[in-house]
Design a protein around this ligand. Structure first.
Ligand code: ZN
Length: 296
C-alpha cells in the first residue's frame, strides 16, 4: 500500500493510493486519525477494508480523491518526525571520501525543517555554500513505538520505506566540525514520493538505488552493500531512545557523491536531481537559486 500527503483544494492531508487515485483518508470514516500518516502505517488491513466498495468517480467529484497523474504530492512526513541519519554505511562511499569504516553505526540528525516534497524545487543560497552535494538513501519509517528492540525483531517495527536525498553542504559540514546544520538547510531533505508499506518490501537489503543528475548517473548501488543493515540500524538507534511512529532513519548513501570525485560537480541552479529506488518510486528536484529578495 502507498501512503502519501496530497494537496486537496488548499489543504494537505494523508492519502492512500487506490486504483491510480489518491484518496483522502479522512473521508473513509476510520477512527483515531489524529496521528496523521504515522498512525496509518500499521493499519493497511483497516484501510483496505474502508476502501472496499468506494466509488472512485464519486470521491473525485466530491474533491476527496485526485487522479495520481494530477496529484500534488507533498513530503509524506510531517515536521513532527525525528530524522535520524546514518553516515559512512557503504564501503565504496567510505573509500571515496577517505574515511575509516565506523565500528558502530554513525548516527547524526537532520532537522525536520529541511523536509520538502518529492518534486519540489531546492533553492540554494550561494552566500552559505558553494559545495552542495547529493546523497540518495533508503528511508525506513518507524511504524510503532520502539525501544530496546533486538536485531531479530527490528524489521517488525518498520511501517514502510521511501526514498530520500540527504542533501549536504560540504564546505559548511567541514567548517562546522558537526554535520547537522550543513545537512539541514531548507529543502535539504526531500523524501517520498510516498511511503510504501513494509508488507510490500520483500527484502530491504535488496533494493537498487540511484541518483541521476541532469540525466547522468552519479550513484548506482544496491542496499545489499550496506555495512549495517536496516534491522541493525533500528536496533542500535532504539537502545537509549524511543523511536516513535513516523520517525525515520536515512540509512546512508552509496558511492558517487561529488565529494568523492577529483573534479566535483557540485549542485547548481538549473540542475535536475532524480533519486530513485526500484519499487519505491523516485524524487525529482530542480535546483534553483535562492533570491536575495526572499531573505527576511
Ligand atoms: Zn547521508
Amino acid at each position: 500500500m502507498r501512503l502519501g500527503r496530497v494537496l486537496f483544494a488548499n489543504v494537505t492531508e494523508p492519502a492512500v493510493l487506490h486504483q491510480d487515485t489518491w484518496v483522502r483518508v479522512s473521508c473513509l470514516g476510520l477512527p483515531d486519525l489524529e496521528g496523521g500518516i504515522a498512525c496509518l502505517l500499521s493499519r493497511s488491513q483497516e484501510l483496505l477494508g474502508a476502501l472496499d466498495g468506494v466509488v472512485i468517480s464519486e470521491l473525485v467529484a466530491r474533491g476527496d480523491a485526485v487522479p495520481a497523474a494530477s496529484a500534488h504530492l507533498q513530503s509524506p512526513l510531517e515536521r513532527t518526525s525525528s530524522i535520524i541519519a546514518v553516515g559512512l554505511n557503504y564501503r565504496a562511499h567510505i573509500a571515496e571520501v577517505e574515511w575509516k569504516a565506523p565500528t558502530n553505526p554513525l548516527l547524526f540528525a537532520k532537522w525536520s525543517s529541511a523536509l520538502t516534497g518529492p518534486y519540489n524545487e531546492i533553492a540554494l543560497d550561494a552566500s552559505l555554500s558553494q559545495q552542495v552535494d547529493y546523497e540518495v538513501e533508503l528511508v525506513a519509517v518507524i511504524g510503532r513505538h520502539t525501544r530496546d528492540v533486538d536485531v531479530a525483531h527490528a524489521l517488525e517495527h518498520i511501517g514502510g520505506y521511501a526514498v530520500a536525498n540527504d542533501v549536504s553542504a560540504r564546505d559548511v559540514q567541514k567548517a562546522d566540525s558537526q554535520w547537522t546544520r550543513a545537512k539541514s538547510f531548507d529543502g535539504f531533505c526531500p523524501i517520498g514520493p510516498w511511503i510504501t508499506t513494509a508488507d510490500e518490501v520483500a527484502d530491504p537489503q535488496d533494493l537498487e538505488l540511484s541518483c541521476v543528475v541532469n540525466g547522468s548517473v552519479r550513484q548506482h548501488a544496491n542496499t545489499a552493500q550496506m555495512i549495517f543493515g536496516v534491522a541493525e540500524l533500528v536496533a542500535f538507534a532504539s537502545h537509549g531512545m524511543t523511536l516513535h511512529p513516523g520517525d525515520v532513519l536515512l540509512t546512508g548513501t552509496p558511492s558517487g557523491v561529488a565529494l568523492g570525485s577529483e573534479s566535483p560537480q557540485w549542485l547548481k541552479p538549473g540542475d535536475v536531481v532524480r533519486s530513485e529506488i526500484a519499487g519505491l518510486g523516485y524524487l525529482e528536484n530542480h535546483i534553483t537559486a535562492r533570491a536575495a529578495a526572499e531573505a527576511s
